[in-house]
Structure formats: structure tokens, C-alpha cells
Ligand binder design. Sequence first.
Ligand code: HEM
Length: 475
Amino acid sequence: QLGPRNKKRLPPGPKGLPILGHLHLLGKNPHRDLYRLARKHGPIMGLRLGFVPAVVVSSPAAAELVLKTHDLIFASRPTNEAALYIAYDQRDIAFGRYGPFWRDMRKLCTLKLLSNLKISQFQHMRRAEVGLLVTSLKRAAVSREAVDLSARVAELNGDMNFLMVFGKKYSTMEEKGFKDVIRESMEIVGKFNLADYFPYVGVLNLQGLHGKVKRLSKIFDGILEEIIDDHMKKKQQQEAADIVDTLMEIMESGIAGFDFDRRHVKAVLLDMIIAGMDTSSTALEWAMSELMKHPTVMKKLQQEVESVVGLDQMVEESHLDKLEYLDCVVKESMRLHPVAPLLIPHESMEDCELQGFFIPKRARVIMNVWAIGRDPDVWANPDSFAPERFVGSEIDLRGRHFELIPFGSGRRGCPGLQLGLTVVKLVLAQLVHCFDWELTDGMKAGEVDMAENFGLVTARAKPLVAVPICRLRKY
Ligand code: HEM
């Protein structure tokens, strides 16, 4: 426990309350609350959340210490009561504790499911799905109809994700209500649940969590079982291998080289849907919001895409590498609006020292990536949206530069980075290339509301609504 009993120097932090510790300091937007506290107490801050010691990391240098210098010590995840039920006893990748089994599962996921080869096998599918969205937006443009862009990109991302994982779109699945179950699960798993901070009183079930997660996990499991059975029946007729096929093949052939049965298949599937579900679309809606708020940036991006692609055709994935300003826009938007402002919590596996401070074993480590992206010691005018800051800059967002880590970094860094970035860039380039965008109800660019709704994925609080106007000559 972080307290005076421990003679070693613990990280500084605010004064806490008996029992609650510092939980009462965390409101609806904990990343903002923790940012303010860290400005006062420092980039390595000690807290106590209920009975659980916590460390909050809020600068690039401190993040490098945790995710690189001492990466092995911090490569685990804390107990998450909701994930225990939903994610098969935390046997999945995203919430799983570090160990030989987790390492095997993660390797399998990186090499077999999210490899560049696998991503490129689904390029045609992405092209077709983005094409469908553009066609439907064109119809809205003709009738000068406002569209809910947040919902449209979420639907597109959901369909692309389901096609890659299950081989069919959500809209054609019999298992209706699946998305609601996914969303509800994400909400519960990502929330600050009291059961995680008062493990010994967890049995009191203060928030009615147990009943809720048991119900969700049962529905989830039922749907996954059905999907797997379905795939086994149809195996002979399938052409392109979706992720269920690939996992079944791994299970049946025994090539995993470790104990890998149906439960593991389900745990990995769960990660693929939960982690891939709203992440790319949330990054997209934030980037589009910033572009609408900053019409000169939008214009400049449109000009770049036009100069590479031309006004006669749509953007292809092969164009993306040539779009340097697009890259700057995506980085700048993810700096200001990381999809997961606090990453997924890490946990220390042994006692250790960080910049002279003692961190006990089993401390919850909260990486405030949102604060790092706005650290005034690193970023000039941190709150302003200025993609130009990345022109000619070496900084990328792949986890090597700790001032910009919206995908995390190192052992626990996002294995879906390549896929996520491809989707974000392709769809963003397409939306600004094919259309101009007009705000509704005479709203001015500067008035675009940027309120957020904190969660495992932190999306816009209110949907982004705008009217598309066709730009291309041919389409
Ligand atoms: C723009 C899109 C995405 C963003 C911003 C994003 C971001 C993140 C972040 C911040 C983490 C936590 C890193 C940490 O705790 O240190 C993470 C983990 C993870 N992501 Fe992503 N992600 C995206 C897309 C995807 C996609 C498309 C998939 C797969 C279909 C995916 C699969 C995962 C998995 C399995 C983990 C857990 C890794 C682990 O615990 O070892 N992500 N992602």
C-alpha cells in the first residue's frame, strides 16, 4: 500500500480520504482530472484508488521508463472484475495477465491475424465497403440531406470488422442485438468499477456488476458458439479465410504449439471485435471534427489528395503512402484526441524504482496519454490543432516517440495499429476527397462542439452531423 508505513520514497500525490483514497477525485472525465492533478504533483504521481495503489504517468520521459526501460515489470494487467467474466477469466490478449500463455496468444494474434499479409488480403473488401458509403453519401448530397457522420463511420467500421472476423456483415447476421452486447460490455470493462478497487468487498456487489456481466458474458458466449458452429458446417464452401476460419484451422492443426482450444478461439474473437469495433471510427470522427472546425486545414488536405489522386477517381490504399499531409493531420488529431486517453491499465509485476520513487508490486499503472499529448513542456500551443507541427518532423505514432503514443508502445502496444491506421487514413482521405462538408443550422466552423464521453473508447459526446457536397468530376 502507498502510505507512510513504507519508508521508501513513494511518488507524490494529493491528500486522500480514508477508505476511498483518491477515487472521489475522478469525475466523468478522469483523464482531465488526472492531468490537472499531475500538473501540480508531477509526471509520476502516486494515488490510492480504494485499496489499490496506483501510479499515474503523465510525461513522455516517464512513459518511456514504464513502457521501454522497465517494460517487462509493467507488462501485466490488473484484475478487472468485468473482464474476468466477459473475457474468459482474462484469458484473452487485451486484459490477460502477462505470462507464457499470454505471450503465445499475443504472438499468434500478431503473426496470424493482424499481419500485413492478412490486412492486405482484405483490401478489396475495404475498398468495396468504402465505395458503398460514398455511394450512399452521394445520394444524401443530391438531396442536400444532413448525415450523422459519427454513425456512418461507426457502421462502416463495424461492417469491415465483422467481415474480417466473421466473414459477414453485422447487418446480415441473425444474431441481432450483438452490437448492443458489445457496446455494453465495452462500457462495463472500461469503467472505473468499484469491485476492482475494493476486492474484498467485491462480494457486496455494490453496483450490481456481477449480475450484469454474467448476463452479458452468457449472451456473448452463445453468439460466439453459434458463429463457430456455423463456420464448421460451411467450411467446405468458404473461399477467403476470415479470422474464425484461421483460428479454427490453428486449433485443429495444432500448429499453435500450445494448449489452444475452443475457449481460446472465443477469447481471441472477443478481443478482435471489442478492440476493433469503435476504435478506428472514433479516431475518424475526431479527425473529421477537427477538419470541420479548421476549414483551411481541410482545404489543404483536399488539395494534397487531389494532387496525388486526381479529381476523376477515388482514393486507393496504394495512394496513402504518398499523402504526407494526411499523415500529419491524423497524428495531430490523435495527439489531441487519443481514442483511449488512459490506455488500458498496466500493472507492476514486482517492486521497482522510477526516477527515485518506489513503485510497489501490483500497483495499477495509469498511462495518461491524453496528458502526454498536451504536455506544455513538449508541445508548443498544446491545445491548438496544428498539423503543420508534424511537417518534416521525425515523430511518428508507432510507439518509438513517447510524446505521441495513441496506440501505446512495446509489449502491450496495440497489435492492430497497422490495420487501424490504414482504415483511418483511407476513410478520412476518401471523405474529404469525394465531398465538401457543410455544417448544419448555420453553425460556424469555430462552433463545432468537441465534448467527449470517456470510456474504454472515448468518442464524441454528441454525433457529428454535416451535409456532403460532391467534389469529384466522375462520381
Ligand atoms: C485507430 C485504431 C486503434 C487505436 C487508436 C488503438 C489503440 C489501442 C491502445 C491505446 C491499446 C492499449 C495499449 C496499452 O495498454 O498499452 C490497444 C490495445 C489493443 N488493440 Fe488496439 N487500437 C486500434 C485498433 C485496433 C484494431 C483494429 C485491433 C484488432 C482488430 C486492435 C487490437 C488490439 C488488441 C488485441 C489490444 C491489446 C494488446 C495487449 O494488451 O497486449 N486495435 N489498442
